[in-house]
Design a protein around this ligand. Structure first.
Ligand code: FE
Ligand code: FE
Ligand code: ZN
Length: 277
């Protein structure tokens, strides 16, 4: 069974996202915990969160994936910016406990000239201040395309962050196919090699989710512009191999392609038809 969903707007609440997912043939979804620009979050509607948990159980969703605002920068040279990232993520993780046992993904951030090593230290320090033994949420670092001074541009940088985190069991990785292609990993001609490299450097058990996106740009472009499935430079054939790879096929896949709901519905149907049980 292919576990697949897409990014949904959280405006209408938790239950509504679950119902929307079902209506487009998805069995999971991703959503922003708050406005992606990082503004104040709405108060949690406890009953709505419970209703979603009921739907998830009834329809056997795998984990759902929350995404932190992408404007947060946990490794900025500016202390105020790092502090804002910490406070926002701290609040997000408290809120996540109303939908227990799910996943929370964030971008490691941009070191803004301090160097990747300092950035890695700061991200790990933030995680060590943030993670609690009693939390039920798994926190994921996303693989990045390496535009500007982004940290997480290769598997080694992500491994270096994870190594410094004390509560390892609370952590995982979300692999974005557009981002790693743009970062230079050849998932078109050497998917096996890329997966072996990931396993050697980070370890496959740490891989918890896949962002399934095509890319507008060429390998190594460091651009991060998503394309619809089959409409970019990765292509349908390579992405079909990704969903069917023996080391990946059990994971939940999340589309972040430029689509409306109908477009997502079509992409999900297409990928389900190409999935080899
Ligand atoms: Fe992301
Ligand atoms: Fe992504
Ligand atoms: Zn992206």
């Amino acid at each position: 069974m292919l576990h697949i969903g897409c990014h949904l707007s959280s405006g209408a609440g938790f239950l509504s996202m679950g119902e929307t997912a079902l209506s487009i043939g998805a069995d999971t979804f991703q959503f922003f915990t708050r406005n992606p620009r990082g503004s104040k979050a709405k108060a949690i509607d406890v009953e709505d969160a419970k209703a979603l948990m009921h739907l998830i159980k009834e329809h056997r969703f795998p984990c759902i994936l929350a995404h932190a605002p992408y404007t947060l920068n946990p490794c900025s040279a500016a202390e105020k910016t790092r502090e804002f990232a910490y406070l926002t993520m701290e609040d997000d993780l408290k809120r996540m406990e109303y939908t227990p046992g799910q996943m929370y993904n964030f971008h490691p951030g941009s070191h803004t000239g301090q160097g990747a090593e300092t950035g890695i230290e700061e991200i790990a320090a933030l995680l060590n201040a943030l993670l609690k033994t009693e939390q039920t949420t798994t926190v994921l670092l996303e693989t990045m395309s390496g535009k500007g001074s982004e940290v997480g541009r290769n598997f080694e940088e992500l491994a270096a962050i994870l190594e410094k985190v004390h509560l390892q069991e609370k952590m995982g990785i979300c692999l974005d196919t557009c981002h790693i292609w743009d970062a230079g990993y050849d998932i078109v001609n050497d998917l096996d090699g890329v997966i072996e490299h990931f396993d050697r450097v980070i370890g496959l058990p740490r891989l918890k989710a896949i962002h399934l996106n095509d890319s507008l740009n060429g390998r190594g472009s460091h651009k991060d512009r998503h394309a619809c499935i089959g409409a970019g430079q990765i292509g349908l054939e390579a992405l079909t191999k990704v969903i069917n790879h023996p080391e990946l096929k059990h994971l939940p896949f999340f589309l972040e392609t430029p689509n409306d709901l109908d477009g997502y519905k079509r992409e999900i149907a297409l990928l389900r038809s190409l999935y080899e049980g």
